[in-house]
Design a protein. Structure first.
Length: 545
């Protein structure tokens, strides 16, 4: 699977996905491809191409690839539109394919060594970075030539290859051969009991070596054959590493090959403490697909205090023996910086013939302010970005500062606005000339925000009373709609994962996902026990029974 994203995508952009399925060695019939984009990546109606739908995207999309001959590759493409309300972050997706070959159903295999799918070789996926302030991809004319060069970035192409794995976890032919070898070893051991007593010790040792060799040979046959065919996979969005507001969403995608009911739990931990559940979903079983995409909603009850948090999700489904199979995503870190720097005050402006002097005082915000940025435009409504930024000054909290700027063309028909910025790049509200509307695109980690500097006295400068810290985007003299949230540091409401319970669940999940390895290990342990018992009996000069 691959996509055409070459950099940061903005909400509203479209992303095209491409999936390729190849039958490597044999003919494969009734090939079905299941694909799940992230939550908020809306399928563009009519964009699907390459195969008919069994289930069109409204959750997972299911494609009917039909019968495929050995060596044949089928390709499907579709487009998605990123929601206008999408949070910034790195979004992952999932896909898998099944078909009928030989004695039963097989799973497609991902031949790429993808760290995101290290435990899910039967699933593939891609990544898309969403940034609200991302610049669009542009076409740049090549020097002295009448052609266009598009900036591109090479993407790793994940291919779903036809696999030799049935849903039980390994190829049936190899399994049968391994069982024959095991049965042969057991038969030799039993036949040893009929040997003559005087030769039993030596012959028994030889037979036991033969038995252990057959076990070892069986294990070699299993090794490298993809014995793990995990039916369940889950991925989590990687949100912004720094936030100044605890209200955001973390997306997840989960797919279950066996189409079971899936329980998704969202976990958070604070400063390396225990992980607790803060959100949970039950995805009902469906005859067409298992799993779905969704969002874990984070708020002030999940992040009640400044500091470092870790987030991950689990997906759980029960197998036929009512044993839980669990898939766990990676843990993504998020640092909460709850309050931005305070908005500067005492703004004043003095215009000489060709010089503009702006003075101000930074807020007494406890050291949050580390610099002040100044923006200018000939229009009263403008965007605060690199094109309108004219200066910046390193300055601390509760300090007087000033900017001396040459007036463009010795004209005073320009408007100024300034703000404070903290060490993490979060900005305060703007203060500046009267009736200035500032559309800010430069506040790192925050969405686009339009603020209005309130009207000024007749002389045209804002004069405001000193204030303390303010919320991001706030304007001095204006009322903000935020509310303060207090809570005991480190407390997050939810369900704690018990270590012992997690260990037992992990072992049972491993056994469920690796049934043949579990049987083989059990047989090897039995053989070693039998051999050890024989050695003990011979040392006592007692014939082995």
């Amino acid at each position: 699977k691959s996509n055409d994203s070459v950099g940061d995508e903005a909400p509203g952009n479209e992303v095209e996905y491409t999936l390729r399925v190849t039958a490597l060695h044999d003919d494969v019939n009734d090939v079905v491809l299941t694909d799940l984009p992230p939550e908020g990546f809306e399928y563009v109606p009519g964009s699907g191409d390459g195969a008919p739908f069994i289930h069109e995207y409204a959750s997972p999309g299911i494609w009917d690839l039909g019968d495929m001959e050995a060596g044949e590759t089928k390709t499907v493409t579709y487009r998605t539109r990123i929601s206008d309300a999408q949070d910034d972050g790195l979004y992952k997706d999932l896909a898998f394919a099944t078909g009928i070959s030989g004695s039963g159903t097989i799973l497609a295999d991902d031949p790429v060594d993808d760290p995101d799918n290290a435990l899910h070789d039967n699933f593939v996926g891609t990544r898309v970075i969403v940034a609200a302030n991302a610049n669009p991809t542009v076409l740049v004319p090549q020097d002295d030539e009448n052609r266009l060069i598009e900036k591109t970035k090479k993407k790793i192409q994940y291919v779903l290859g036809a696999a030799t794995l049935p849903l039980t976890g390994a190829n049936g032919g190899w399994m049968l051969l391994a069982l024959v070898l095991l049965a042969t070893g057991i038969g030799l051991a039993l036949w040893g009991r009929r040997l003559k007593k005087e030769n039993q010790a030596n012959d028994h040792a030889t037979l036991m070596k033969t038995f252990l060799f057959t076990l070892f040979a069986g294990s070699l046959l299993l090794t490298g054959q993809g014995v793990s065919a995990a039916s369940l996979a889950v991925q989590i969005e990687k949100p912004e590493a720094l936030v100044n507001n605890p209200n955001f969403k973390i997306g997840f995608v989960t797919l279950d090959i066996e189409k079971r009911e899936v329980t998704v739990k969202c976990y958070a931990s604070y400063e390396g403490g225990p992980a607790v559940v803060f959100d949970q979903y039950t995805l009902l079983a469906d005859p067409n697909f298992g799993g779905n995409s969704g969002d874990c909603q984070v708020d002030a009850t999940v992040m009640p205090a400044e500091g470092d948090y870790g987030f991950f999700v689990t997906a759980t489904a029960q197998n036929e023996e009512d044993i839980d199979e669990m898939a766990t995503s990676e843990t993504v870190p998020v640092k909460l910086v709850a309050s931005p720097p305070g908005t500067p005050f005492n703004y004043d402006r003095h215009d000489a013939s060709c010089q503009n002097t702006i003075t101000f005082t930074t807020a007494d915000d406890g050291g949050k302010t580390v610099k002040v940025e100044l923006y200018r435009s000939p229009s009263a409504t403008f965007t605060a970005d690199a094109s309108t930024k004219v200066d910046e000054q390193a300055i601390g909290s509760n300090a007087n500062g000033s900017f001396n700027e040459a007036a463009p063309g010795c004209s005073n028909d320009y408007f100024y606005a300034l703000r404070a910025v903290d060490a993490y790049g979060f900005g305060s509200g703007f203060v500046g000339d009267k009736d200035v509307n500032v559309d800010t695109h430069t506040v790192t980690h925050t969405k686009t925000n339009t603020v209005t500097v309130p009207g000024a006295p007749a002389e045209g400068a804002l004069v405001a009373a000193p204030t303390g810290t303010g919320a991001a985007g706030a304007v001095e003299g204006a009322t903000t709609g935020g509310e303060s949230v207090t809570g005991e540091e480190g407390n997050v409401l939810g369900e704690t994962i018990a270590g012992a319970e997690g260990a037992v669940s992990g072992m049972s999940t491993w056994i469920t996902a690796h049934p043949w390895w579990s049987v083989l290990i059990l047989l090897i342990l039995m053989a070693l026990g039998y051999y050890g018992y024989g050695v003990y009996q011979r040392k006592r000069h007692v014939p082995l029974q």
